[in-house]
Write a protein that binds this ligand. Structure first.
Ligand SMILES: [Zn+2]
Length: 485
């Protein structure tokens, strides 16, 4: 009897748990993540063959789940994007003033910016603070960078002058400023004074403007920056402290040189694709209304034939979850009244280009889309967060209610204004929510974002929650709510 009483609560949990969610399978989620994050797919850089292979895999998963092709051609919705690949056989080293050489290791000591140009140079390095050159503050005023490599902080100052904000300091902008002063390459460095200084990361964010084909751009680790500064009597930390305290430039010519040899394959326009599938609604009236569930499939690729960024959490996890949800609808024989558009976005990492393209080229009328749900970085961390709840509070509450009835993993904190691939839909007035795990970004854009780091049970829980939320909204009771700013 005692035993039986003990079992009773468990029984209730089982009964109250929605049956359909049993179709969300941990093993299947992880198997897809492992494939997407494997060396075979080399970090899924949008525009590359590796991304295209991932997209074909996604399309095939959609097909197996019984989704109808909903792209321009089969499951694919094509668009053109800017593309750059760092080719094999690169070299980067520090040449000390005494002639000795420190060979640097890609992925650890340095990582190229995604839109680095080519170059084969050996040149002295000049530290140029924040790499800013404007009328109130000029890091280039007192130094000569002509024919040299500029070393600058990757981000803008956290302070400003005369309450004027800084121009956006994206890598392309900083590279352009250095180039205009005669520099032949640029090294970006993180802030040594940050509580946890950022390690070099893979990133294809560049900013607008023309590609400088012959201008290498690297993100170097702080110890490498200090190696370059040796002989100057300052560490990078000293320099940041000095500049931030005085709010005055403090640039200097270092005693050391770097050798950079890198080739890149650049294309201003390269074809890539979103993967789009449709599950038709089963109600004659409501099937004209649509829910979009999406995740970005791309990541930041590989470099020099030596390293690649697996992007298991970012965002093989979200992509595999969207595929799993499609399967769960099929296997659970769910009678969804509204139609559901499943999508894997391309080119999020460069600037949400796939999501923007779909939001601007929807296969249905925009007014027919009642909700958009985004999944991005859903496999690492310790609880569930649903973003953009301040802009779509009713959708957020539906998810919150489902969570309260089930796993109770969702935190209250949310935000407004869209966020990543939810943004372009939010901006069009479509209510959107954003599924993410909390403390998700420890391995973000690093070589360590691997499947084995994922929190598998949390990953399954958030996928179940997303599935049940889509299913609930597909029932038709939720009416498209006005989007709050
Ligand atoms: Zn990312």
């Amino acid at each position: 009897m005692k035993k039986l009483l003990f079992l009773l609560p468990l029984l209730f949990v089982q009964i109250s748990f929605p049956q359909e969610a049993v179709h969300i399978k941990k093993e299947r989620l992880m198997k897809r993540v492992e494939y997407l994050a494997s060396p075979e797919l080399q970090g899924r850089l949008a525009g590359s063959e590796y991304y295209n292979t991932a997209a074909k895999f996604g399309a095939n998963e959609f097909k197996k789940a019984g989704l109808k092709p909903f792209g321009d051609e089969d499951y694919f919705q094509y668009l053109n994007i800017e593309y750059n690949q760092i080719l094999p056989d690169d070299k980067f080293s520090v040449i000390r003033s005494n002639g000795s050489v420190r060979k640097c290791e890609i992925g650890k000591d340095y990582i190229y910016r995604g839109f680095s140009g080519s170059g084969n140079i050996t040149a002295p390095v000049v530290f140029c603070g924040y790499g800013i050159s404007d009328s109130l503050y000029d890091d280039f005023k007192s130094v000569d960078v002509n024919g040299k490599v500029a070393m600058v902080f990757k981000y803008q100052p956290k302070w400003n002058i005369e309450n004027k904000g800084w121009k956006n300091g994206n890598p392309r902008e900083k590279a352009r400023v250095a180039f205009q002063h005669g520099a032949v390459g640029i090294l970006f460095v993180s802030f040594p004074n940050d509580e946890k200084p950022q390690l070099p990361i893979g990133s294809v964010i560049s900013g607008s403007g023309e590609q400088n084909l012959n201008f290498p751009e690297l993100h170097v680790d702080i110890p490498i920056a200090d190696e370059i500064l040796k002989g100057s009597s300052f560490t990078l930390k000293d320099l940041q402290t000095k500049i931030d305290l005085t709010k005055n430039p403090f640039s200097l010519s270092t005693k050391n040189k770097v050798k950079i040899k890198v080739e890149t394959d650049y294309a201003k326009e390269k074809r890539t694709m979103n993967v789009v599938g449709l599950l038709e609604g089963k109600d004659d009236r409501l099937n004209n209304e649509y829910i979009i569930i999406g995740a970005h499939l791309d990541h930041v690729g590989g470099q020099g034939g030596k390293i690649y960024f697996p992007g298991a959490n970012d965002n093989a996890s979200g992509s595999a979850a969207v595929m799993e949800i499609a399967h769960a609808f099929a296997e659970g024989k769910i009678e969804n009244k509204r139609s559901i558009i499943f999508v894997l976005f391309t080119c999020e990492e460069q600037g949400l280009y796939g999501a923007k393209y779909l939001a601007n080229h929807l296969p249905v009328k925009q007014e027919q889309v009642v909700a958009m749900m985004n999944m991005d970085c859903v496999g690492y961390g310790d609880s569930i967060q649903i973003g953009n709840g301040k802009s779509a509070p009713q959708l957020w509450r539906i998810a919150k209610q489902i969570d309260a009835n089930n796993d109770k993993m969702m935190i209250e904190t949310t935000w407004n204004g869209g966020g990543a691939d939810a943004g372009p839909f939010h901006n069009k007035g479509i209510p959107a929510i954003y599924f993410v795990t909390t403390n998700s970004y420890e391995h973000l854009h690093q070589l360590t974002d691997k499947p084995e780091t994922l929190n598998k049970s949390l990953y399954q829980q958030i996928t179940k929650l997303a599935f049940l939320t889509v299913k609930k909204v597909a029932e038709g009771k939720y009416k498209r709510e006005p989007v709050l700013k």
